[in-house]
Write a protein that binds this ligand. Sequence first.
Ligand code: C2E
Ligand code: MG
Ligand code: MG
Ligand code: MG
Length: 285
Amino acid sequence: RAKAAGGNRYEIADADSNARVIARHSLTNGLPSALEKGEFFIEYQPLVRLTDGTVRGAEALVRWLHPVHGVLGPDQFIPLAEDTGLIVPLGRWVLEQAARQAREWRDADEDDGEPLRVNVNLSPCQLSHPTLVSDTVAVLENAGLCPSALCLEVTENDLIGADESALRPLRQLADLGMDIALDDFGTGYSNLSYLRRLPVSTLKLDRSFTRGMQRAPADPVDVKIVEGIVSLAHTLDLAVTVEGVETAVQAEHLRGLGCDTAQGWYYARPGPPERLHTLALADAS
Ligand code: C2E
Ligand code: MG
Ligand code: MG
Ligand code: MG
């Protein structure tokens, strides 16, 4: 499958489609108890300020340590969790873990610098769930964090077509001071006037736009597109984060184009929280 080439390290060995159906079944069956059994864990991938290369925070990315299949990536089980409704408790768990982690990093920070912020991905099911706002507020309160300690990522495609009432919970959270990022930006078809109405503070530019800059010379069309998006975003007072930065050439190019924050293998692959803390401490010294 095309996705397997996308760098996901946790593909199940690809067999025929029959075996995939069976695998899908067994994964779906194992999902509900996986949360109780503590089989999920979170890796953190740093978000780096392009201006000075310091770690600004991290994105929380969920994984499933499956008793039979080993470590599975979110692309392999999030869709199943969405189909079965498990995404709501799972998403709440991820949010709780991320908040606890943000709090831990804040407490460990001795020089009282800007605390590391944690980004959490939200599924469309969570967006339309009636307790999103109250759950999120409760998680922040339990962790003793202010709303700006977390950023929620929602994909452009999940918001397309959402009317004002569907956007209300997200707007409430944004009004409380949470950062909202539009993930995989550029892969959907939201028009620009629509973008203006969304309660988002950051565009996360999909990595398909930055792939053409991995090596010099950069793809001139990609450069123009990123230039245009950055200028549009900054006009609308939105920050730009770039995904999938894999090389130094690419990082330098994107910095030159005015992108604010970067994330990708060039800086670090997703990993355990301790590693992120080490990276952040290395900046401070
Ligand atoms: P995303 O939010 O766009 O996350 C970025 C994905 O790109 C991650 O894949 C990350 O490991 C990968 N990535 C990071 N840097 C690079 C790079 O330099 N090159 C390449 N080729 N890839 C890079 P991952 O961890 O497999 O997650 C896939 C998607 O699963 C995420 O895409 C997000 O949409 C979803 N996801 C992850 N965690 C959660 C969660 O807790 N809840 C929900 N609802 N979705 C989640
Ligand atoms: Mg994301
Ligand atoms: Mg993304
Ligand atoms: Mg993406």
